[in-house]
Design a protein around this ligand. Sequence first.
Ligand code: GCO
Ligand code: MG
Length: 411
Amino acid sequence: MRVIRTAPEGIRLVVVKIETTEPGLYGVGCASFTTRADAVALAIEQYLKPLLIGRDPQDIEDIFQSGHLSSNWRSGPILNNALSGVDQALWDIKGKLAHMPLYQLFGGKTRKAATVYTHASGSDLQATEDRVRELMERGFTHIRAQVNVPGHATYGASSTEKEAKSAFGEFDYRHWYNMNTVQGPWNEAASVRIVPKLFEHLRSKIGGEVELLHDIHERVQPILAINLARELEHYRLFFLEDPFAPEDINWFSRMREATPIPIAMGELFVNPSEWEPLIRERLIDFIRIHVSSIGGLTPARKLAIFCEWFGVRTAWHGPGDVSPIGHAANLHLDLASTNFGIQEAFLFGPIAREVFPGTPEIRQGMMWSNELPGLGIDIDEALAARFPYPEYPLNGSFPPHRRVDGSVIRW
Ligand code: GCO
Ligand code: MG
C-alpha cells in the first residue's frame, strides 16, 4: 500500500494505491484534503498501513470499522480522508474481483448518467451572463453563478475576466488560491447586496429554463443568509448552498420557517452528528458532503440511503480538490442512488485526464460511466510523479481571510 502525491493542475491531491497478492489486482482511492495533504499521508502511512498489511481486502466493512475506531478519538477530516483512500481502493478491488462497475454492487443503475452542474463566474454581471451562456451552449443545464464584489473579496469569482474564467475548472488553481486575498477585504453587506442583482440580471436576460445555483460558502452572518435566501426566492434557484457553517446548524429551522428556498448543505461535515438532525427534521433538501471527508464510499453509501427515507437528495461535493478518482466514486453513488439530485462537476483538463486515465466523461450536461470494473479509473504513477506539489505559503493552508477591520472570517 502506498500514498501517491500529485498536483497535475496545481491542486495538491492525495491518492492511495493498494496492491494484493493476486498479480495485477490493485485498487485506488481518493484521500484528497488539499489544505492538510501531508497530515493525511502521514495518517495513512503510519497508522492505517500497519492495520492493513496481511488483511483480506474483501473485508471492507470490517477494515473500515477497525480503522475508524483505532484512534479512539475518531472522525475529523484528516483521519476520515485517510480512511477514504483505503476504503475507496478496497471497493475498487472488490469491483474488479466481481468484474463489475461499482454501481452494480450498489444495486445497479437508477439512471443512464448523472446530471451535473458546473460554475460560471465573472468580474461583473455581464461577464457572468456570458459565461452562463457559454456553458449552456456546451450542454450544461444546471449552472452555479457567482459574481465579483467590486473592490472586495468574493467567494467563487475574480475581479478580472481572465482569472474568473480560469478560477474554476479551466484550469489554474493558483488563481483560485490567490483570488480571495488579492481582491481586498471581505465586506458582507456589499456581498449580500450584489447577489440578488446577479440573479435578477440572469433571469431577465436568459429566462427561466436554465437551472441556477448559488454558493454562500458560509460567509455571512446567519440572519443575513436568511434574508438573502428570501430575496433569492423570486429567481427559482435549484439550490442555495452552504448558507450556514457547521457550527451554526441550529439556524436551519429558522431558515425553513422563513423561506421555501431549496437548501444544499454539508461540504465541511465530517461527523454523523452534524447531518443526522438536519436530515431527520427535513431541514435541508440536498446533502453535499465531500465523500472522502466522511471516510469514503462505505459511510457515503449509508448516508445516501438514510437520506432516501427523508426525501433528501444527494449532491456530492465535486470541486478540483477532489481527485478524478473521487469524482469517479461520486459517479458510482449517483448512478445507484434513487435519491440522486445533482453532481457538482469539475472540468478537468487534458493533463489531469492523462494522469488519471478513466476520468469520467462529461457530455450533454451529464457525467457518464465508462463501464469498466471497480471505480473504472487508474493513476499513471510515472506521469503523476512529473507533477509534484507546488510550493504554497503555509504549506498549502488557506491564508487568513479578513474583513475591512482586519478580523478573520471563514473561507
Ligand atoms: C464548492 C466548494 C469549493 C471549496 C473548495 C475548498 O462548492 O465546490 O465550495 O469551491 O471552496 O473545495 O478547498
Ligand atoms: Mg461550496
